[in-house]
Design a protein around this ligand. Sequence first.
Ligand SMILES: Nc1ncnc2c1ncn2[C@@H]1O[C@H](COP(=O)(O)OP(=O)(O)OP(=O)(O)O)[C@@H](O)[C@H]1O
Length: 222
Amino acid sequence: MKHVLEFDSIQLSFGERRILSDIAVRCETNKITALLGRNGQGKTSLFKIVYGALETNEKSIRFDGTPIAKPCSRPDLLRYLPQFNFAPAFLNLARVFEDFELDFGEFSNRFPEFRSTSRRCVKNLSGGERRFLETYLILKSKSKFVILDEPFTHLMPLQIEKISQLIIEEKANKGIIVTDHMYISILDVADNVYVLTNGKTHLLKNNAELAIFGYIPPVVQL
Ligand SMILES: Nc1ncnc2c1ncn2[C@@H]1O[C@H](COP(=O)(O)OP(=O)(O)OP(=O)(O)O)[C@@H](O)[C@H]1O
């Protein structure tokens, strides 16, 4: 059964500075929805509002047409990969997988580079290993939707490829909303791409519009 997550009518200012003013995003299960935008345009702020980690007076977030006030209290509906590390630093990987109700064996069989890490504390992983682990935990969770805020940060190209593959596979089970400045990898997997600029979201008609919105230089051929 198809599910729909929509968010619009979101207003956000920091002091006198208006960040978000004209937002309209629609995400569906079995689809990958990308949000691109120049640095500082408000992508993370928007995701935090949708998840419920940042308060704002005006917002409308609906799941299958029903408003949800605090999606962060409904992990069955929505989970969020923030830009910062969230897996508890002093737990070992076996315990983290247990807490997330995921199978460490399945993870380490698929990604043998993690095979001997079940007793290792999260804090002893490298930056890239930790980002890979945390992205996996969110992507494989049983939520109907997940938001991934820059999942490719710290990842080497080979791991970016593996996460891209996982994103494509997991869309069979959920709706995925993603932003990352590795935009070519994002364009490769996305079904719909929005650009956030000057507080407004635009659904892209074609990739060339990325240059028109000033996200990529005009010379890049996509
Ligand atoms: N708590 C805050 N107080 C004041 N200004 C803030 C706060 N959080 C974010 N900002 C500002 O709001 C703007 C949007 O920030 P945000 O992190 O949402 O942008 P972004 O599109 O995710 O950027 P990037 O691509 O660089 O990650 C930025 O100019 C940022 O400096």
